[in-house]
Design a binder for this molecule. Structure first.
Ligand code: SF4
Ligand code: SF4
Length: 279
């Protein structure tokens, strides 16, 4: 089973939850937050495999091109433009949809590739860990995310999603069997959580919420969960102790108090999603 861990809002502790649940339950970890994949900083797996990710974009044969402009009109992503006596290609805007080649009657278009990122695979304490890394200055994360998720073997994984509800998150959710939304009890947290809930509903996967930095009160997120009948999978208390451990790079599950908390959340996740671990 693949369980996507997303947040809506950045900075809620999504990676903290994903990495600590990974170590508590002993299931695989996948970092799809390819613009800033920081899960490996905590997990520190030994890397056993690396792979490059390429994206396609068109090149134009000037000898064949009639400058009809059809390809530029067909491109919905403004990756092609007719400028004077040439067609300009903005390769980083290309979504590799193939429309330009279909409409070109002069057979003047061909595709080439460029490197946009890499994948890494490693192990820590027998647990498999995967991550994608987008190249600096590359604007599109989706090719890296897609290749990363397609390369996964069959198994149980927590997928650490990119923040927000953009197409990067959408492309991750396509591979998810269930979702966990990590939030914090603040107005901003609730606002972005609502967007994440709407997104998850579209995918019709079971989902639940974890509140990080919980104030132990009947806060606005708990009220929202009750009103919307959304399963609250657990809470992680707001504490200086957690911040101190985090600042030293110590994972919370290594501390007895937090180990209990993550074990209890893990049990609720298994129960809520009827999750029978393969390993
Ligand atoms: S569609 Fe083909 S022929 Fe027309 S401008 Fe584009 S590359 Fe040139
Ligand atoms: S492949 Fe699609 S996105 Fe890329 S340049 Fe052609 S039409 Fe535009």
């Amino acid at each position: 089973m693949n369980i996507a861990i997303l947040s809506g809002k950045g900075g809620t502790g999504k990676t903290t939850v994903a990495t600590n649940l990974t170590m508590t339950l002993g299931v695989g970890y996948v970092d799809c937050d390819v613009e800033e994949p920081n899960g490996f900083i905590f997990l520190a797996p030994s890397i056993r495999k690396k792979d490059e990710v390429f994206a396609e974009y068109p090149i134009i044969d000037k000898n064949k091109c009639t400058l009809c402009g059809s390809c530029a009109k067909a491109c919905q992503f403004h990756a092609l433009a007719k400028a004077g006596k040439q067609i300009v290609v903005f390769e980083k805007l290309c979504h590799d949809c193939g429309a330009c080649k279909i409409v070109c009657r002069a057979d003047a278009l061909a595709y080439t590739i460029r490197s946009v990122g890499k994948l890494e695979e490693g192990t820590v304490k027998g647990i498999s860990c995967y991550r994608g890394i987008l190249k600096v200055s590359e604007p599109m994360a989706v090719p890296v995310i897609k290749k990363l998720l397609k390369s996964l073997p069959k198994g149980d994984f927590f997928i650490d999603c990119p923040p927000g509800t953009s197409c990067n998150v959408v492309s991750t959710l396509r591979y998810a069997d269930a979702a966990i939304l990590v939030t914090e009890p603040s107005e901003f947290g609730l606002h972005d959580l609502k967007m994440a809930v709407e997104l998850v509903k579209l995918y019709k996967v079971p989902y639940g919420i974890i509140i990080n930095k919980d104030d132990n009160k009947e806060n606005l997120v708990k009220v929202f969960c009750k009103n919307e009948s959304i399963s609250l999978l657990g809470t992680i208390p707001y504490s200086m102790e957690a911040a101190a451990l985090y600042s030293k790079g110590i994972m919370l599950y290594e501390n007895d108090r937090y180990k209990k908390i993550f074990k209890s959340i893990g049990n609720r996740i298994k129960e809520a999603f009827k999750w029978k671990l393969l390993c």
